[in-house]
Design a protein around this ligand. Structure first.
Ligand SMILES: [Zn+2]
Length: 345
């Protein structure tokens, strides 16, 4: 009986050695340890043996069964490992594959930062279509009928609408200010809102002119809104965006939709006013025109100039971005050169 068991073990081990696939492992397992296996046949006869022999044969048979099962498991694992997708040994010290990530354009980021600053002061973000009309782009805003900006030279008029009345004569908006009257007609006063967006000019593109560019305008309309409140508002916005104290100054400026109008400068934060290439050695940089809303614009918006007043600012996004990063060439921001833009991650 013992010799028979010895033979079962040796034949079993031989068979396991020759296994080449997972399927074969299953077949051999059934063959060596299934109901009809020689090992099982031996176990079935145990009952007819005397007590001592039954014990020793029983122990031997169990031991053989365990050995075969263990060898089969080992073989199975070996086959699985050899089928691994790795063609070479795994080296955890090798550098990984870098996954590229996108980043907001610095001008977009500045626009979002301004939105956050204005929202924190209770402003609303408003937007309108890029296509406007002569009525909204000029008439409502106190532009004289013969103002040069109305001519073909500056504004893209839409073909087929040139001879139509002013509210049907369409154009790509040459500035954002038209949106202010549109908002006021819809929502009334008091109001405080910003309206960022793209504007279009029919110009020859060169180093300092683009045919389309971004503007960021804000308007506050209220009773007794003073000029000095406007100054405080501008200073607050700039300090929120730059996270430090900013010196500002105003100079006289002229725009049809404001009276009085101003050019608002901020002290160069790159050189602290000493003069550098970013501020063209001036110490100051012009960042936004603005002023008190013209009475005729209030009338266009259906508001009485005796009751209401307001304050416009039109922020040059690119100027602020130049200040933020100390970059002296604005065209770099529009170059789509990733070597430059990736620095702002
Ligand atoms: Zn400077």
């Amino acid at each position: 009986m013992e010799k028979k068991l010895e033979k079962v073990l040796n034949q079993g081990l031989e068979k396991i050695k020759e296994i080449k696939s997972i399927e074969e492992t299953q077949d051999v397992r059934r063959e060596l340890m299934g109901k009809k296996s020689p090992l099982n046949e031996v176990l079935k006869t145990l009952g007819s043996l005397d007590k001592d022999l039954r014990k020793s044969i029983g122990m031997k048979a169990t031991e053989i069964k365990n050995t075969l099962a263990k060898k089969l498991d080992e073989k199975e694992n070996l086959i699985i490992e050899s089928k691994s997708v790795l063609s070479s040994p795994l080296d955890l010290t090798l550098p990984g594959t870098k996954i590229g990530s996108g980043v907001l354009h610095p001008v977009t980021q500045m626009c979002y930062d301004l939105n956050d600053a204005f929202l924190s002061l209770g402003f609303e973000v408003f937007s309108e279509d890029d296509i406007s009309s002569e009525k909204y782009a000029f008439d409502n805003l106190n532009f004289a009928p013969d103002h040069p900006a109305r001519q073909m030279m500056d504004t893209y008029w839409l073909k087929g609408t040139e001879d139509k009345p002013c509210n049907e004569k369409l154009c790509l908006r040459p500035h954002l200010t038209g949106a202010s009257v549109r908002y006021l007609l819809k929502h009334g006063a008091p109001a405080r809102f910003v309206y960022p967006g793209r504007v279009y000019r029919n110009e020859n593109a060169d180093s300092s002119h683009e045919r389309a560019f971004f503007q960021y305008e804000a308007l506050i309309v209220d009773k007794d809104f003073s000029f000095s409140s406007g100054m405080v508002m501008i200073k607050t916005i700039l300090e929120k965006v730059f996270g430090r104290e900013i010196k500002t100054r105003m100079r006289e400026g002229f725009f049809p939709f404001v009276e009085p109008g101003y050019e608002i400068d901020m002290q160069c934060v790159v050189c602290e006013g000493k003069g550098c290439s970013v501020c063209k050695h001036n110490g100051w940089i012009e960042v936004m025109p603005g002023g008190v809303i013209h009475p005729n614009v209030l009338k266009s918006a259906g508001l009485s100039p005796d009751e209401w007043t307001g304050f416009y600012i039109n922020i040059g996004l690119e100027r602020l971005v130049m200040m933020r990063y100390g970059v002296d060439n604005v065209r770099l921001f529009h170059s789509a050169d990733l070597r430059f833009l990736e620095q702002f991650k």
